[in-house]
Design a protein around this ligand. Structure first.
Ligand code: ADP
Length: 360
C-alpha cells in the first residue's frame, strides 16, 4: 500500500461473535489521500467505530487489510498510534487526574510537544482554571473538549476522530469544525466519523456513507449533492402537457391555483432542461428549482433504514429532514403505554441513486 495515502483499506472486514455472526464491517475499500478532510457518515451501528478501531490496531480484521500513513494496521499499530491524533467515541478519561495532568500524560505518551494546546483551548473555551480541576467534576461536554485537545495538541499529520462533535453544543461544534479546517489548510489530514450530515456537508471534501457495515457511497460532497434530485415548483398559465412522460420526473402534481396551474415535482438533474422546456410552452409565470441537500442524498441511501428514524428521539440534531423531524415528534408524543404504532420507516422517497462512479 502506498505511503502517499493517509489511509487505505482493502476488503477490510470485521465480524464479531461466534462464527462471525455480527457483520459489523464488510469489504470496506477506502483510499484517503493526504490533505483530505474526509467524513465517515452513517447512523449508529453502521460500523464506523469498528472501522476506526481496526485502523488503530485495537481490533484485528477478520479479513482484508489496511494501512495508515503507509504502515500496516496489524503489524505497525504502535507506530501508527504514536504518529496520529485519535479521539475514540464515548471518550473516557482517568477521572482521578486533573485535566492538565491527563493532557500532559497523554502528550508524554506520544513523545511529541504540545504545540497547539492553548490554541485549541481558546477555540473550545477551556480555561487554565478548568484544567486544574479534577476530571471527575467535568460535564460531558468538557470531557469531550479535553479529548479533542488531547487528539490535536501535538499537531499530528493525521487526525482520526470518532464522533468528535458528540456532547458538544452547536457553538462548540462550529469551533471544532473551524479547527479541523485550519489543520487541513496547513496540510494535515482529517478523517472523522459523524452522524451529523450538516457538519459533513459544511466542512468535508469527500464523504463515505456506510450502512450495515457496507460502503454505500464514496463521493465528493459536491458530487453527492449535484447528482441529487431537484425540487421543482412552477406557476404556469396553461395546463402543461406530456409532463408525466418525462423520464426522471417523479412526484408530479398539477393543481389549479387561481386561473393558473401550480406544477410541483422532483426531477433528476438530467431531466431538468426538458422539464423546463415543457413548462415554458405552458407559459411560465414563476419557477423555483432547488438542489437537494446532502441530507436528502443521505436519506435516499437510508430511506428504508429503520434505525435512522428510531434513532431520532435520542439524537435531536441528527438526520433532521423535516419529514423525519415530524416522524420523530410523533414518536415522542406516543405515550409509553400506547400500542407501538410509532413510525418505523423513514418516508421512502422514490429516488434513484446516483450512478456508481469511479472513486479515487
Ligand atoms: P457505529 O460506530 O457506526 O455506531 P459500530 O462499529 O459501533 O457502529 O457497531 C457496528 C455493529 O457491530 C453494531 O451492530 C454493533 O452492535 C456491533 N458491535 C460493535 N462492537 C461490538 C463488539 N465488541 N462485539 C459484538 N458486536 C459489536
Amino acid at each position: 500500500m502506498s505511503s502517499d495515502n493517509a489511509i487505505e483499506t482493502r476488503g477490510l472486514t470485521k465480524h464479531y461473535g461466534k462464527g462471525g455472526t455480527i457483520k459489523a464491517l464488510t469489504s470496506l475499500d477506502l483510499t484517503i489521500a493526504r490533505g483530505e478532510l474526509f467524513g465517515f457518515l452513517g447512523p449508529n451501528g453502521a460500523g464506523k467505530s469498528t472501522a476506526i478501531r481496526t485502523l488503530l490496531g485495537f481490533l484485528h480484521p477478520t479479513s482484508g487489510s489496511a494501512s495508515v500513513l503507509g504502515l500496516d494496521v496489524v503489524k505497525d499499530s504502535v507506530a501508527i498510534r504514536r504518529r496520529i491524533g485519535y479521539l475514540p467515541s464515548g471518550f473516557a478519561v482517568y477521572d482521578y487526574m486533573s485535566g492538565k495532568e491527563y493532557l500532559d500524560h497523554m502528550r508524554d505518551l506520544t513523545g511529541r510537544p504540545s504545540l497547539l494546546r492553548h490554541r485549541i483551548m481558546d477555540a473550545l473555551e477551556l480555561s487554565d482554571a478548568v484544567l486544574k480541576r479534577p476530571v471527575r467534576d467535568y460535564s460531558r461536554g468538557m470531557r469531550q473538549k479535553i479529548g479533542v485537545v488531547q487528539a490535536m495538541e501535538t499537531d499530528p499529520e493525521l487526525l482520526i476522530l470518532d464522533e468528535p462533535s458528540e456532547g458538544l453544543d452547536p457553538l462548540m461544534q462550529r469551533s471544532l469544525q473551524e479547527l479541523l479546517l485550519e489543520r487541513v489548510a496547513v496540510g494535515r489530514t482529517v478523517f472523522f466519523s459523524s452522524h451529523l450530515i450538516s457538519e459533513v456537508e459544511r466542512i468535508c471534501n469527500r464523504v463515505a456513507i456506510v450502512r450495515g457495515g457496507k460502503l454505500v457511497a464514496l463521493e465528493t460532497v459536491a458530487t453527492l449533492v449535484r447528482f441529487q434530485r431537484r425540487h421543482v415548483s412552477a406557476l404556469v398559465t396553461r395546463k402543461p402537457l406530456r409532463m408525466a412522460g418525462i423520464s426522471g420526473v417523479t412526484d408530479l402534481k398539477i393543481v389549479a391555483e387561481g386561473r393558473a396551474f401550480r406544477v410541483t415535482c422532483d426531477a433528476e438533474a438530467v431531466a431538468v432542461p426538458k422539464l423546463i422546456a415543457r413548462l415554458q410552452s405552458a407559459g411560465i409565470r414563476d419557477l423555483l428549482v432547488e438542489a437537494a441537500s446532502l441530507e436528502e442524498a443521505f436519506m435516499s441511501y437510508y430511506g428504508d433504514a429503520h434505525d435512522v428514524v428510531t434513532d431520532i428521539p435520542a439524537l435531536p440534531y441528527a438526520l433532521a429532514t423535516s419529514a423525519v423531524k415530524r416522524a420523530a415528534k410523533r414518536v415522542r408524543r406516543t405515550p409509553a403505554t400506547a400500542p407501538k404504532r410509532a413510525v418505523k420507516r423513514a418516508p421512502k422517497r422514490p429516488v434513484k441513486r446516483p450512478a456508481k462512479r469511479a472513486s479515487r
